[in-house]
Write a protein that binds this ligand. Structure first.
Ligand code: AP5
Ligand code: MG
Length: 242
């Protein structure tokens, strides 16, 4: 099964990815985490991505597709993947369709996490990230069990450079301009589920689980699922990001 978490910066993609990975046993492919890994080891690809990331801009499509292609060639992705923060432009989505098609696969479900802008900014301000596994925390909203240490591997948590308020706002505007159109691409394929990304982390997870189960014909009786079949993009206004 190939799934994608889609939503603005700070909408909770990384947070929910951990649950999906555990539940469905598929690896998370976060292009943001992959880039941060490349920067950490000082690779050429990391150097090509860093300036754009620091400014809050998107990394060019050719660089992003190179890192995605590389990751998809690793055998652990053969049974399915959870994409987080990819694809983020229409050309990336078109190329991903082509890559998956070449493997006899397709995008099965895109989970669109809708969160108002004020909430996004609050979540990103103060966010703590594990540099080792990518898990995110928040001192008030999602604190780690031991202060400043990752629950999973005990690594000291850091603040991301691009979470400074002005860069975070830039990332949100880049999302609205360049990434939101990707949703229309997937709505045409009738694979989008619209999820309310506000509320407790566990509540959001239950909404996602119901949506994925409903879309795959799993047990979801009595649940309200927004599996999309309109083929338009009329819910964009509900993002509440302007
Ligand atoms: P990336 O790393 O993908 O960042 P992003 O999309 O901007 O999203 P974030 O990681 O900031 O947010 P998230 O949705 O994962 O939220 P999280 O779960 O952490 O990309 C970074 C950069 O890399 C880009 O700007 C770009 O330059 C480049 N890049 C990456 N992919 C690219 C691509 N495909 N093409 C081009 N460039 C690319 O949650 C946020 C906070 O909220 C956390 O503190 C969390 O604890 C808290 N939280 C989460 N859920 C809840 C909840 N329900 N209630 C309360 N708090 C919550
Ligand atoms: Mg993330």
């Amino acid at each position: 099964m190939n799934l994608a978490l889609f939503g603005p910066p700070g909408s909770g993609k990384g947070t929910q990815a951990k649950f999906l990975v555990q539940h469905f046993g598929i690896p998370q492919v976060s292009t943001g985490d992959l880039f941060r890994g490349e920067i950490k080891v000082g690779s050429d690809l990391g150097r090509r991505a860093q300036a754009d990331m620091d400014r809050g801009d998107l990394v060019p499509d050719d660089v992003t597709l190179e890192i995605a292609r590389r990751r998809l060639s690793v055998p652990d992705t053969a049974g399915g993947v959870l994409f987080d923060g990819f694809p983020r432009t229409v050309p990336q989505a078109v190329e991903l369709d082509r890559m998956l098609g070449g493997m006899g696969r397709r995008m099965d479900r895109v989970i669109f996490m809708q969160v108002p802008t004020e909430v996004l900014v609050d979540r990103m301000a103060g966010r703590l990230t594990c540099p080792k596994c990518g898990r995110t925390y928040h001192p008030k909203l999602a604190p780690p069990r031991k202060e400043a240490l990752c629950d999973d591997d005990g690594t000291e948590l850091i603040m991301r450079e691009d979470d400074r308020p002005e860069t975070a706002r830039k990332r949100i505007s880049v999302y609205l301009e360049q990434t939101l159109p990707v949703l229309a691409h997937y709505r045409q394929q009738h694979v989008v589920s619209d999820i309310d990304g506000t509320g407790a982390i566990e509540e959001v997870w239950q909404r996602i689980l119901r949506a994925v189960r409903a879309s795959t014909g799993g047990p979801a009786a009595g649940t309200r699922v927004a599996a999309d079949s309109r083929g338009d993009d009329s819910s964009q206004g509900r993002l509440g990001s302007r």
